[in-house]
Design a binder for this molecule. Structure first.
Ligand code: SAM
Length: 211
């Protein structure tokens, strides 16, 4: 019989440092709040690395992660981020915040909404944010939420700000996903899309946007 205390999953879809218990916890949070969590499982290592590698790190001094969840993308950020880059996360789910603090000792993570990114950055004395890496489920959001979060990010980002976020291939036909893509072009002069990362459940790709 397999127990939740089994060692971390070796699957190509798995995350280093994530146990079956972590996966079950993530799924449970999805059941509790589908719209905000927006995925049945955390991102794979491959998707996390693609998301983080989309950023031009030579232009980043201050970075914010949106919706770190249980830390799939956070782990890739920690691996890739030059040590001098200041970094914090914003996570709405209280349980995930507790897990993140346990997994990444010393990480600054606010239990708050990304709508407040400007105030949170100011509270740390940051004049602006150079890059946002997002794990938010943009295609589960209403148009009002998409606008609120993109407006707040636009105000917080520096004049050369960058934004990377992943999207699920399966969600692309949804009106909210199409609307989000159209909005990216309204907010950013440069929008690119990576190839599909098939080793993720579900398969996904990354939008990279810059001012
Ligand atoms: C699809 S999960 C991604 C988790 C993780 N980044 C990953 O890739 O595995 C989306 C996360 O965004 C968080 N979230 C949703 N709306 C949010 C908001 N307005 N502000 C901050 N976090 C939010 C959810 O609680 C959830 O942890």
């Amino acid at each position: 019989m397999r127990l939740f205390h089994d060692p971390p999953l070796p699957s190509p879809f798995g995350q280093a440092g994530m146990s079956r218990e972590n996966y079950a916890g993530f799924f449970w949070e999805f059941v509790r709040d589908r719209r905000a969590v927006g995925a049945v499982a955390p991102s794979s290592q491959r998707l996390a690395r693609h998301t983080v590698n989309a950023i031009d790190w030579s232009r980043v001094q201050r970075l914010v992660e949106y919706g770190p969840g249980t830390g799939a993308i956070t782990e890739a950020i920690m691996e890739r981020k030059p040590p001098q880059v200041d970094f914090f996360g914003i996570e709405l789910n209280t349980r995930f915040v507790a897990e993140l603090k346990e997994r990444f000792t010393g990480m600054t993570v606010f239990n708050d909404s990304v709508a407040n990114v400007g105030q949170l950055a100011t509270s740390l004395g940051w004049p602006h944010v150079d890059a946002v890496i997002s794990g938010l489920p943009w295609s589960s959001f209403t148009e009002g939420q998409q606008d609120e979060y993109l407006d707040a990010m636009q105000r917080a980002l520096s004049p050369h700000g960058q934004f990377a976020t992943y999207a699920y291939l399966t969600g692309l036909p949804l009106p909210a996903a199409k609307r989000f893509r159209a909005k990216l072009h309204q907010y950013f002069p440069h929008v690119k899309r990576t190839r599909t990362i098939w080793r993720n459940v579900p398969p996904a790709f990354v939008y990279y946007c810059s001012k």
